[in-house]
Design a protein around this ligand. Structure first.
Ligand SMILES: Nc1ncnc2c1ncn2[C@@H]1O[C@H](COP(=O)(O)OP(=O)(O)OP(=O)(O)O)[C@@H](O)[C@H]1O
Length: 313
């Protein structure tokens, strides 16, 4: 549904995106993850036909982004990261405005507006002024406007930014609903936990380079080469830390906040089950007492940290 072939963008002398190759299949919810300034919005704005590529090309729903921008706009519902609303406009008028822009007929428009208001749980706000809505409501309204022309592809730039926890949960639930409706969704975020449980695939971008992408399970499997072991020391933590530091398979060591009588650390080890068993034996033989030695499943945050440290390619 979405492809990029060698897409790159320079702003003057500054290279914001180097060269991205990407394919997102129909029905995927693709999480585009990266820190501020990584190049997410630049890539998204290109796919939404709002920005010209310096290099490369892309397609959305089979339409060439640069060759057939009108075809792309018909296929895409785009939600920018900073969206404005118009003063003195009511909720239904805002949606009607976009429906007219998509040349949807008057009778059809009314039904469509009713449907998207209901889907986004905004029916009770139908006649409210847009600029009087809370941030969460405005965000939801903006999502509603991406749906008026029933596009197969949604491109959402940080749709949950600035929302309170409840509103974030609502956005996630909506994404799941939209996925069930068969939409292909590209959603960007720099908040990893936000995307962890609603994406089917992810891409990690940093400084204009797509470091890794693929189905979320396979991304987790790839970083599984590096094991993350959470250890809670009861006593002997100094000896424990020095054993960990001198283990040649240690890749990183992070001290977590613990209680006064325990010290918690996460050791990232490039090892297998045998290596972990030997480490545990060594710690015990040195008199280190532990409350737990837990080989934990990676989180999306772990994936991100591992990939951006260049430990996985
Ligand atoms: N119009 C522009 N002119 C010059 N530089 C730009 C322009 N737009 C973006 N940049 C720069 O390009 C880089 C990528 O920006 P982009 O907005 O794509 O990042 P992002 O990953 O979306 O970050 P954020 O999460 O902060 O929106 C940044 O260094 C940014 O300052």
């Amino acid at each position: 549904m979405i492809t990029l072939r060698g897409f790159g963008k320079d702003y003057g002398d500054f290279c914001a995106v180097e060269s991205i190759d990407l394919q997102i299949d129909a029905g995927e919810v693709f999480g585009f993850i990266g820190p501020n300034g990584a190049g997410k919005s630049t890539t998204i704005r290109f796919l939404a036909t709002l920005l010209r590529a310096t290099r490369g090309s892309g397609t959305v729903a089979g339409c060439d982004v640069m060759g057939d921008p009108v075809g792309v706009r018909q296929a895409v519902g785009y939600m920018p990261d900073n969206f404005g609303v118009y003063d003195g406009m009511r909720v239904w008028e805002f949606l009607d405005f976009f429906a007219v822009a998509y040349r949807i007929g008057r009778t059809e428009r009314k039904q469509i507006i009713d449907n998207v208001l209901e889907l986004l749980d905004l029916t009770h706000k139908r006649s409210d002024f847009v600029n009087g809505l809370s941030r969460g409501m405005k965000q939801r309204l903006c999502l509603a406007k991406t749906l008026v022309h029933d596009p197969p592809v949604l491109i959402l730039d940080e749709p949950a930014s600035g929302l309170d926890p409840r509103a974030r949960v609502e956005v996630k639930a909506l994404l799941k609903e939209l996925r069930k409706m068969g939409k292909t969704i590209l959603i960007s975020s720099h908040i990893l936990t936000e995307l962890a449980d609603c994406c089917t695939s992810i891409g990690i971008i940093e400084r204009g380079q797509l470091l890794m992408h693929g189905p979320i399970d396979s991304v987790y499997r790839q970083i599984r080469r590096n094991r993350l072991v959470e250890i809670q020391f009861v006593s002997g933590e100094e000896a424990g830390m020095s054993i960990l530091r001198s283990t040649d398979t240690l890749r990183s060591l992070e001290v977590l906040p613990g209680t006064s009588d325990t010290k918690r650390v996460v050791a990232e080890m490039e090892t297998d089950d045998e290596g972990l068993a030997v480490l545990m034996e060594t710690l015990i033989a040195a008199g280190v007492r532990m409350k737990s030695f837990n080989d934990r499943d990676p989180t999306l945050e772990d994936v991100f940290m591992t990939v951006t440290k260049g430990l996985v390619s």
